[in-house]
Every structure is written in structure tokens, then in C-alpha cells.
Design a protein around this ligand. Structure first.
Ligand code: SF4
Length: 336
């Protein structure tokens, strides 16, 4: 894993763009130390690079550049209706990083951002300050890996460990860290925390090979999950998005058997399930760049969200859920 991860990163970050304002920030220094051979380019504002018109998204996907910036304005956003709130009253998300080292065909980031380059907002202390001020008013359920995979990026920027340490010291804060990584090494030196939910997105191996490019295999993710459970981390499983493809029913049934042969259901905090859904505008932008099974599907649109036609969605959910309930009690299953 270590080697494949290093070779994945080696293709990227030949250039690092840095806002002048944060050039001496400690996080900037940590990141730059990891890339002694990159060309450094000073800029005034990350949007000069990230949001410029007529970018070649596909080329950027092959060789991503890194952009280091200072976040200004809002730090927390209300949880979007397309995501689970898991019963929490105050569901928010935050974005310290835009984009991801993996490349899933269905990823909404491909339709949300004009660039595949990765932006890291180094001023994590300002995020913590804002969270502290919200915590004075009410408890908080915060998703911190929503526009990226911060656990997969831990070896570039240690936000994953910093967030765990921070959340552990805040009584009314629960953070969810969503990931597809299998790199357990980044968890090894950390203490499990009651306030942290590690949420692994799992898909059948056939789906991973077809749609989740550069991500770890199912068995590698399951190995990481088993170690996390053994070491008393709180683990959530995300079967989301379920994707329609040839023989989807056989593929997903075999998958559920494989998952629960490896993972003891009683040790899981909960499970989220949902079929693929995406805002209409994001899908439109994805179609301009990517022609594939995901973008070409004739989705149904409702209130500016595209998803599978009602009958197909119902069939997929019914089949999946009726089989999932053979392993896991209904009370642990959250459906969107
Ligand atoms: S791992 Fe998540 S954030 Fe990264 S490309 Fe895949 S869907 Fe997007």
C-alpha cells in the first residue's frame, strides 16, 4: 500500500502554488518539506489558478498541482439535503481541502469545481476558532472530509490527526471523517476518540475497478476497518452511492456477503445507504468533460437533483436493504 500510494503521489504536485500571505505558515512549511523538488510559484489568490477559465480538467487529473491558500469568510456550512444527518440536530460540514487524490467517475467534485488541482487551506486554527464559537451555542455534528478524503491526504498535510486531537478535547463535538483509504498507518499513532466516527465508503470490487479509479481494493479497505475496530475506533460503513451497472444485483449481494464475513456487524456504529444522486448542474458540467457509464445514464430529474428513475431506484434499494437486514439490525441503517 505504501508503495502504491507513493507512486500515486509521485505523478502529482510538480508545481505548488502558494498564496503570499501564508508562505510562512507552519502548515505550509510541513507541506513544502514533503516536496523538495516541486516548482514553487507565489500567487496573490488561489482563485487565479483554481478558478481560471478554460482549464484542461482531464490533463489536471493525470498530473494534479497543489495550491496552498488561506480560507476567508465562512468556515462551516449547513449539511446539504443530499447527505445523511444521522439524526443529529446540528449537522454541518467544513472544507479544508478541495479535491482528492482518488478519481471516482461519480464524484460530485468533478461537477462542482472548475479544476482537478488540489487546494489546501492551511489556516486550520481559524476553523477551530469558528467551531469553538459555534460550540458555545449548541452541540455540533461536523463532517470534515466532505469535499476531499483527508485521511488519504494525511501524509501530505496532517489535518486528519489534528482534527482528531482537536475533537477529542471538545465535549459537544462529533466529527465524521469519510474515507476510502486503506492506509492504517496514519491511525496507528493516534488514540481512538469517542467524538470521532471513521466512515468508510465501501463498494463491490467490480464497482471499484470500473468507477473508483486509484482507490484501494475492497479487501484492503476491509483490512483497515478490521484493524480500526480492533483498536476501538468508532466505525461507520457507507454503502453510498449504490450504482446501477450490468448484474448489479448479483454484484451487490456477493459484496454484502464478503463485507460481513470480515466485519462483525455488532461492532459497527451504523450504516448509510443511498443510490447515486447528484445536483443537475454538476452532472451537466461533468458531461462536458467525461463520457462514461455514469454521465451517459438517462437519469430522472426532481427538484434539480438527478438520480435513477423511481422504479429502478426502488428496486435497487429494496433488494439491497432486504439483504443488508439479514446482517444488520434496521435500527443501525440510515437510508437517504
Ligand atoms: S474518494 Fe470521494 S472525494 Fe475522492 S474522488 Fe472518490 S468520491 Fe470523490
Amino acid at each position: 500500500m505504501k508503495n502504491s500510494k507513493n507512486s500515486l503521489l509521485a505523478k502529482h504536485f510538480s508545481h505548488i502554488y502558494i498564496e503570499k500571505e501564508i508562505i510562512s505558515h507552519p502548515i505550509t512549511k510541513i507541506i513544502l518539506d514533503k516536496f523538495p523538488n516541486s516548482v514553487l510559484v507565489e500567487i496573490d489568490n488561489y482563485k487565479e489558478v483554481f478558478s481560471r477559465p478554460r482549464q484542461n480538467y482531464k490533463l489536471q487529473e493525470i498530473s494534479k498541482k497543489l495550491i496552498l491558500a488561506k480560507k476567508k469568510g465562512e468556515f462551516l456550512y449547513p449539511g446539504p439535503p443530499l447527505c445523511h444527518d444521522f439524526g443529529y440536530n446540528h449537522f454541518y460540514y467544513t472544507s479544508l481541502i478541495f479535491n482528492c487524490i482518488f478519481s471516482c467517475d461519480y464524484c460530485f467534485l468533478k461537477g462542482m469545481y472548475p479544476s482537478a488541482n488540489i487546494v489546501i487551506f492551511v489556516n486550520i486554527e481559524d476553523y477551530f476558532e469558528e467551531i469553538d464559537s459555534v460550540l458555545k451555542r449548541h452541540p455540533l455534528y461536523l463532517s470534515v472530509s466532505y469535499d476531499t478524503d483527508i485521511m488519504a491526504l494525511e501524509k501530505i498535510v496532517p489535518f486528519f490527526s489534528m482534527f482528531i486531537e482537536y475533537a477529542t478535547s471538545r465535549k459537544d463535538l462529533t466529527i465524521e471523517i469519510r474515507t476510502k483509504t486503506a492506509d492504517y498507518e496514519v491511525l496507528q499513532s493516534l488514540k481512538p476518540s469517542e467524538n470521532v466516527i471513521l466512515a468508510w465508503t465501501l463498494s463491490p470490487q467490480e464497482i471499484i475497478e470500473k468507477f473508483e479509479h486509484k482507490t484501494p481494493s475492497l479487501s484492503a479497505r476491509l483490512d483497515a476497518i478490521k484493524k480500526a475496530i480492533e483498536n476501538e475506533w468508532k466505525v461507520r460503513l457507507c454503502f453510498d452511492p449504490l450504482l446501477f451497472t450490468k448484474n448489479w444485483d448479483e454484484i451487490y449481494l456477493k459484496f454484502l456477503n464478503q463485507v460481513f464475513e470480515e466485519v462483525e456487524p455488532s461492532k459497527i456504529v451504523d450504516i448509510s445507504v443511498g443510490v447515486f444522486r447528484i445536483p443537475k448542474d454538476y452532472l451537466k458540467r461533468m458531461k462536458r468533460v467525461f463520457i462514461n457509464e455514469i454521465t451517459l445514464f438517462p437519469y430522472e430529474e426532481d427538484q434539480n437533483v438527478c438520480t435513477y428513475p423511481y422504479d429502478l431506484k426502488k428496486e435497487m434499494m429494496d433488494v439491497f436493504l432486504s439483504n443488508l437486514r439479514k446482517f444488520v439490525h434496521q435500527s443501525k441503517i440510515f437510508v437517504i
